[in-house]
Design a protein around this ligand. Sequence first.
Ligand code: SAM
Length: 267
Amino acid sequence: MMRQINSLTNPTVKALRALHERKYRRQSGLFLAEGMRIVMEAVDLGWAPRHFVFLDGRQEDEQVAKLIAAAETAGAECLAVRHDVLAKISRKDNPQAVVASFAEKWMPMDEVMQENALWVALDRVRDPGNLGTIMRSVDAVGGAGVILIGDCTDGFSVEAVRASMGACFNLNLAETSEEAFLDHINIWQGEVIGTSLLASSDYRLANWQGPKILLMGNEQAGLTDALAAAATQLIRMPMLGRSDSLNLAVATGIALYEHLRHQQPPE
Ligand code: SAM
């Protein structure tokens, strides 16, 4: 059903704006994705929008029309709105022309453990930009997804979704406490490759074969002792200059491409 909304105090507009806050995302189970490219990516990957909001007057644009059709097929609420209403939902003066809400999907940890593939597990990642960038890199190397351990930034925040450039729609996301993670990896049938500045093995010498969980530490504190102890291998990237560590997302990207380098190259 398509509606025109011109009121800044409309309850749906307020509910969508509230999705910038984690509390309301958790209550509703919904999150926001902004921009034609990301929303189109989600729909192409089979995600069903719950709301689809677009700038009134753009109905005839080919891509907007395609998204309206997909949203209506999915039973989503389609809202044609003024620029100021879109700005209110997006919390930006210059909003994108389309915004959609989707239902969050979290993979239970016991299913993660059965997916013998490449996972990245992040210990208390705090920065949504780092998390989104990591999701994008995991997707780039064909990884299965990201496991969030402990008190992490939300994988479905507007900032993380934006930084992932839509990769979040092509990945599995799981969240767990450190304790539950440590229990679960007892049954994991592969390597657990921890990364640490204290590790003695050069990352190029690690065993990159088979299924693996790449375990990355918190931006400030690194990996907890318990997580580092649970790794089957601990690796480091050499630091040859004055900096004592790499940015978390950069370190993850380097390790992920080292993983890829050890896989069968294409014919
Ligand atoms: N002060 C922290 C520490 O002592 O671990 C620095 C954390 S670093 C900014 C964030 C995470 O990125 C680390 O926990 C590790 O997972 C990864 N990382 C960064 N540089 C690394 C390196 N040179 N070798 C291995 N891992 C690295």
